[in-house]
Design a protein around this ligand. Structure first.
Ligand SMILES: *[C@@H]1O[C@H](CO)[C@@H](O)[C@H](O)[C@H]1NC(C)=O
Ligand SMILES: *[C@@H]1O[C@H](CO)[C@@H](O)[C@H](O)[C@H]1NC(C)=O
Length: 391
């Protein structure tokens, strides 16, 4: 009898969400503020922002060859393109983002749900990758906090559809979004760019110091791809004394709304590392941060850039992957997708049941990988090479 309960439980269990999602966050070339510490960096605020919602993080290095990005993509459950100051059309950050974006489009087209989140520069990079050109307008939005001006039907979007009333009320009325950008996408440019306007829906806009209207949040119509021009991770994790960053309870509430949303999306993906040992070794927890002195007061991760592959890796953007902006093709893609998803679920359930029955009959001699891992203490602290590069 209990056997059947177990089977029923597993049948549900095998199709459930992935509750151990891992997000890849892209590093970028250092800017003036942090150049003395290393060659590429990542602000730890992005990492903790993912972690606060139950995600774990692996660093994605810049300047690697395509094989590195492809390999990593198949092991992670989502990508975060962070803010920063590199070029969106010509940087190691752009080359890496382009690979990841291309794989994500392909994965989603094949029914493999894979989310991408772009914050500030990350959102700008997403528009570059879709429009295939730099469509930025200069704007003056450094150090300002603004309530969002939602578009009329924003409640129909994936990003805001299930948002609690209080979150929407705060976003609509309070100065909780931190803006630190000198470039922006205007609704006019968005509308006039066929590729962009067919791919992304504008969800909210804001006005810069000189009256220029810019897109402040957007999402792809047919892909789990999202962009925010402001910085939700700064509210709870960045306390620079020279910056206008709200840390009120309401500001934190909003930040957590967005991280919960994004990590929910990553739970719908089932990529994984082949072994727990490889997973643990890849996590950013093996690296150490450096705390910048006041007024910056932020923590960052630093990694060297593999120079050789950086020069070999040339951005090769071509039209071979069509982004399917035509409605008709999207309908058929969506249909094929759901059939594929259901077949996948059915097959994986059968596999799990067979495996469980096998394990049950051969109990006893089960040395789990995790137990082995725990005794192998050295790797937990990263290799010597990693540590010295961070010193
Ligand atoms: C940003 O705004 C804050 C608060 O309004 C202000 O104290 C700070 O000096 C500003 N920083 C810069 C760099 O303008
Ligand atoms: C995340 O998912 C849970 C359960 O699946 C849901 O209750 C919650 O509202 C979602 N949160 C957000 C912010 O989307």
């Amino acid at each position: 009898m209990s056997k059947y309960f177990l089977l029923a439980f597993l049948f549900v269990g095998c199709c459930a969400l992935n509750d151990r999602p891992i997000v890849g966050i892209l590093f970028q070339e250092v800017d003036d503020e942090v150049k003395e510490y290393g060659e590429s960096y990542l602000m730890s605020a992005y990492v903790t922002w993912v972690e606060e919602s139950g995600g774990r993080v692996v660093p994605i290095k810049v300047g690697e060859d395509e094989a590195y990005y492809k390999d990593l993509f198949d092991k992670i459950n989502g990508v975060l393109l962070p803010g920063g100051a590199v070029r969106i059309d010509n940087s190691a950050y752009e080359v890496a983002a382009e690979y990841l974006y291309k794989y994500a489009i392909k994965a989603n087209d094949n029914g493999d749900y894979f989310p991408i989140w772009g914050t500030c520069l990350g959102m700008e990079e997403l528009t570059f990758l879709t429009a295939k050109k730099d469509i930025m307008t200069q704007c003056s939005s450094e150090n300002i906090t603004v309530p969002l001006n939602f578009v009329r039907d924003f409640k129909e979007s994936k990003l805001y559809k299930n948002a609690p009333e209080d979150a929407i009320r705060i976003l609509k009325n309070e100065h909780v979004t931190s803006n630190f950008h000198t470039n922006c996408i205007t609704p006019k440019v968005h509308e006039n760019n066929y590729k962009l306007s067919n791919f992304y829906k504008i969800l909210s806009t804001n006005i810069d110091r000189h009256g220029i209207e810019f897109v402040s949040s957007m999402e792809a119509y047919d892909y789990p791809i999202y962009g925010l021009q402001f910085h939700p991770e700064k509210n709870n994790f960045m306390f620079s004394t020279n910056k206008n960053i709200p840390h009120t309870y309401h500001a934190i509430r909003i930040s957590q709304y967005f991280s919960n949303f994004f990590i929910n999306e990553t739970r719908k993906n089932n990529h994984k590392f082949p072994t727990i040992k490889e997973e643990a070794a890849a996590l950013i927890n093996n690296l150490r941060t450096i705390m910048l002195p006041p007024p910056a007061m932020h923590e960052d991760y630093f990694l060297p850039i593999n120079k050789k592959s950086a020069t070999e890796t040339k951005s090769s953007f071509n039209d071979q992957f069509s982004l399917g902006t035509k409605k008709e093709s999207l309908v058929s893609i969506a249909g094929a997708k759901s059939v594929a998803i259901w077949m996948g679920i059915a097959i994986s359930c059968i596999v799990v049941i067979v495996l469980v029955l096998k394990i049950k009959t051969s109990h006893g001699k089960n040395t789990s990988e995790y137990v082995k891992l725990k005794s192998d203490e050295t790797f937990l602290f990263g290799s010597n090479e990693q540590r010295s590069s961070l010193a």
